[in-house]
Design a protein around this ligand. Structure first.
Ligand code: GLU
Length: 414
């Protein structure tokens, strides 16, 4: 069972391989769990507003659907390629299995820089994607959602384009705006989920949250909501960063002011009563919880030795490379893995899908309660297995998820 380099794809192959070995599965089961069912590579020719034609490469990898329809986000980013999407699709199958959602795993993306496209161009690109992909998605087939570089607006365009072909069926995509069938609490869900997972971990380890300090790398949709909810629970958020800079206040940041500054100026850098630091220094700050909430590979072999956090919480997908993971394991630094810490988003996507299939709407309190309960149950299962078998939390989570996925594949029959 080999996984040789540090890409997103092989990161998960490495952990999956370990889980299969621990579970006593042979090479054939490992390959069955790792290999995607279908990979689509689509070209999207777009006319920009200046008249020029640009060709974009898009991908959708459908990993497994033994436990339910393929499910996973769409990423618009310059790093998107087939290897990245393939690794992230596998991660989605494990995430839905760990949270016991009746869904499979998929991921898609367009290799582009969304900041270089205006809103009309982004809309044309998204509609072109649906034009090429509509036969392969659908409420019981494959349900896209937001990810890095995509948002509610893009999901609304997907729904509209799909509706033109098949009629109104809001369950084809999640993460939509409320006015077109979105769910209360979906936008905040990944950040809230990371916060709830930390609260469960802190309780399990008798760490009063009011005494805990938090550092967050990334202040997009995930990081800002994680900061907001942790602050509300009494934790002290001492530093946050975005792609343009990082800020620190050792007495605790004014989180609302940082959010306001980001919304009005485009960056957290410059928020009142904070010192400006660089991203490398932010990652090296001593703290109880360090939350990488941006892109994959943020903590890697080049910077792992500087990490002083007591616990790392993967609110992004694959933010710790497996080389860094192994070094942190040797140093006994616990990592709450992405398939648990970043699972809030897909969990509320599942609630949105359920609401859409029944044409009902849940209140924000209903959504939050249901999310908190699901996460608490998954945390309990992971923490108990990790304690019982003296495993890292990632190994425990991968074991639970791999076993569920394998059981479903075999129950359905090869
Ligand atoms: N992109 C998010 C993730 O990686 C959400 C996926 C979804 O809601 O389907 O978990």
């Amino acid at each position: 069972m080999n996984a040789t380099n540090g890409s997103t794809e092989s990161t998960h192959a490495h952990y999956l391989s370990d889980a299969c070995q621990q579970l006593g599965y042979g090479q054939e089961v490992y390959e069955l769990l790792l290999s995607p069912a279908r990979e689509l590579h689509i070209q999207l020719p777009i006319r920009k507003d200046d008249g020029s034609i640009v060709l974009f490469n898009a991908y959708r990898v459908q990993h497994h659907n033994a436990r339910g329809p393929y499910k996973g986000g769409l990423r618009y980013h310059a790093s998107v390629d087939i290897n990245e999407v393939r690794g992230l699709a596998c991660l989605m199958s494990l995430k839905t299995a760990l949270l016991e959602l009746p869904l499979g795993g998929a991921k898609g993306g367009i290799n582009c820089n969304p900041d270089s496209l205006n809103s009309r161009e982004l809309e044309r690109l998204t509609r072109c994607l649906v034009e090429k992909l509509h036969r392969n998605i659908g409420p019981t087939q494959d349900i896209p959602a937001p990810d890095v570089g995509t948002n509610e607006q893009i999901m609304a365009w997907i729904l509209d384009e799909y509706t033109k072909i098949y009629g109104y069926n809001p369950a084809v995509v999640t993460g939509k705006p409320l006015v077109v069938g979105g769910s209360h609490g979906r936008k905040e869900a990944t950040g809230r989920g990371a916060c709830q997972v930390i609260a469960n971990y802190a309780k399990h380890h008798n760490m009063p949250l009011e005494d805990c300090t938090v550092v967050i790398q990334g202040f997009g949709n995930v990081g800002r909501y994680a900061a907001f909810f942790l602050d509300a629970l009494g934790a002290k958020v001492i530093a946050v960063s975005d792609s343009q800079g990082a800020i620190v206040n050792h007495d605790g940041l004014d989180v609302a002011a940082a959010i306001h500054h980001k919304d009005s100026v485009g960056t957290v850098s410059g928020t009142a009563n904070c010192d400006i630091i660089d991203n490398a220094s932010l990652l090296a700050l001593p703290c109880d919880f360090l939350i990488p909430a941006a892109l994959g590979g943020a903590i890697n072999s080049a910077n792992v030795d500087a990490i002083k956090a007591k616990v790392i919480v993967e609110a992004a997908n694959a933010p710790v490379s497996w080389t860094a993971n192994d070094i942190l394991a040797q140093r006994n630094v616990p990592i709450i893995p992405d398939i648990l810490a970043s699972a809030g988003g897909v969990t509320v996507s599942y609630f949105e899908w359920v609401q859409n299939l029944q044409f009902v709407s849940w209140s924000l309190d209903q959504v939050r309660d249901a999310l908190d309960q699901r996460l608490a149950q998954a945390c309990r299962q992971v923490f108990e297995l990790a304690d019982e078998q003296q495993l890292q939390m990632r190994s425990a989570a991968y074991r639970i998820a791999s076993e569920r996925l394998k059981d479903a594949i075999f129950a359905a029959g090869i």
